[in-house]
Write a protein that binds this ligand. Sequence first.
Ligand code: C2E
Ligand code: MG
Ligand code: MG
Length: 270
Amino acid sequence: MRRTASQILTSGPADLRTAIDRGNVNVFYQPKVELATGRLVGFEALARWQHPTRGPIDPDHFIPLAEASALIASLTDEVLLQSVGDCASWAIAGHNLTVAVNMSPLLFMHERLLSSLVQVLARYRLPAANLTLEVTESAAMQDPLSTMGTLSRLRLRGFNLALDDFGTGYSNLAILHRMPFNELKIDRSFVTDVKDSRDSQVIVRAIAALAQQMGLITVAEGVEDLSSWDWLRSAGIEQIQGFGIARPMPADAVVEWIAAYRPPSFALTS
Ligand code: C2E
Ligand code: MG
Ligand code: MG
């Protein structure tokens, strides 16, 4: 059972430090698929803290704790190491997929970000093109000039860059247009109810058109009901992620899930 914020208020930075050191921070993976074909594109890596007595703790609770206590760098190193290693093992099993890691804006101030990313890829011999770095819209807009510099260096090295949770962060579109993202993920608050809400439909269509004009791959997050597949595709969305395809799963379940995955029938017929 997942815990609420109040249940973990007593878990502090020292607990989290211990958890990282003891390997109790693990990565779960959620698949992303292409709407035109149903093909599996890759997985997003989502951190989980397996507390020995309190059970799994949500990232929404411990990421802010990690950011406030400077543990975010070690935590992200751990997530990167596990997810790049897992992505390399999927490739060895014959599945050439991407893995997407969420990056806190605080890491962009670290001098060693680029070199540690390059090191972990070299360790597992994974090309940078297989790794996507996700940055939330609000994080990207906090200090746009310095973020743009860091992102440009990462893009030049071949990493994919995704703008996460788009639609919630009040972007300056002129600045956004100059940022070197190649993927835009529409926030799930506009996607989950897109079949029933006219407002969400207008917003999703507008964001998809904007992203297309900017040459970005569009991903709809939080797709719970696959009956919205055709609507999303006709709105110009290229990829989806959400409980409708699969919930985030532990690393040891991924290869079996890939083997069992079949594109939904309407992905192939329409
Ligand atoms: P995110 O990057 O936007 O990740 C997607 C979140 O939406 C995940 O929550 C996922 O479980 C949830 N989700 C996916 N599909 C559906 C759906 O169909 N319906 C609903 N209701 N939810 C869905 P999760 O795993 O709890 O992660 C929450 C956030 O925590 C992430 O949002 C991300 O911003 C952050 N996060 C997770 N792992 C890391 C990490 O390693 N580093 C950093 N900096 N942030 C992380
Ligand atoms: Mg994300
Ligand atoms: Mg998101």
